[in-house]
Design a protein around this ligand. Sequence first.
Ligand code: 9MR
Length: 374
Amino acid sequence: MAVAGCTAIMCVTALLALTQPWADDGPPTDAGELPALARAHGVDLGVAVAVEPLLWDGGYQDVVEGHYTSLTAENTMKWEHVQPERGVFEWSGPDTVVHFAESHGMDLRGHTLLWHNQQPSWLSEGVWTSAELREVLREHMEALMGRYQGRIGAWDVINEPFEDGGPFLRENLWYQVLGEDYIAEALWMAHEVDPEARLYINEFNIEGGGAKSDALYALASDLLDRGVPLHGIGFQSHFVHGQVPENLAETMTRFTDLGLEVTVTELDVRIAEPVSEEAIQEQREEFRHVVAACLDVSGCRGVTVWGVGDAHSWIPEWFPGYDAATPFDEDYEPKPALWGMVDALSREPSERSAGSRRRGTGRVPGGTRRRPVR
Ligand code: 9MR
């Protein structure tokens, strides 16, 4: 997956000193206060988790419960894990994540319902009529969304619908069999299964604007004009150190001006090896910038970090030559990036924050036409 180049943020510790009165003595808060700080701003601070360490690794558990307010299952709610054979559902992984969240008073994001990756072979290699594929999709949604109805507040219904680098819709299984309106169909179907859930399109390479971002904007506008139940846009935010888009808040605002909410769903900032101490320090400003951008946009619901620590990040495997993308190191020690998030959240909550963010921001379908999709 390539990430488009964008304007570098100049990481300036000196700037922090100018803008934050407490910079000389360090932040006024402890990192363990992060959940309370996030809640005071009315945003979620989430993290993507894997099942095994969530069950067995005390260090991992401590990081999760001590610093975050919501969980996303990094893999275990994806098709290949949930429904490895047609009609055979595996709930132990998803249940583990949901129970951990609930027993620690955390929220949940659902990830993900339609994607071109991590599909079981019976699905990806099957030969489907449109009626059959709709039925398969409905069965999957009813099983997965239905199981956690009322407990998972938001779902990434559509994941990465556009080609990696470009503005065209990806010709995935759903597109090939159902046609390009599969996106609207799936959103309607998800809305019927869980009418209370906030339904998202989740995408990468859109965060700094550009042709792909414009294409998503056009798609979202069209869906809303047609009354399709789309509630939010997930800004995945897999960034490269030195290329975090400065105009992130501006891009978010474009979408929230449509009446949508936005969430930073998969934040990490990968650093080219050898990872220097300077880069690790600079990454603090990059994490601060992303969280601050969310706080600056009234329709931004929160920021989820993709991976509990560097030992559990997808980056080294998928981007050889890059590492250190998360706020905790391989021994679960906090890195400057964590303090960057504390920096952002340590500002006074604005009036519009707590409470108001929990509800829809505008043109979210409610009394809209319900179109049966069968
Ligand atoms: O982090 C996930 C990694 O463990 C998996 O191997 C990978 C398989 O494609 O998926 C990763 O998560 C992806 C997420 O579900 C969607 N956006 C891109 C993420 C990184 O690939």
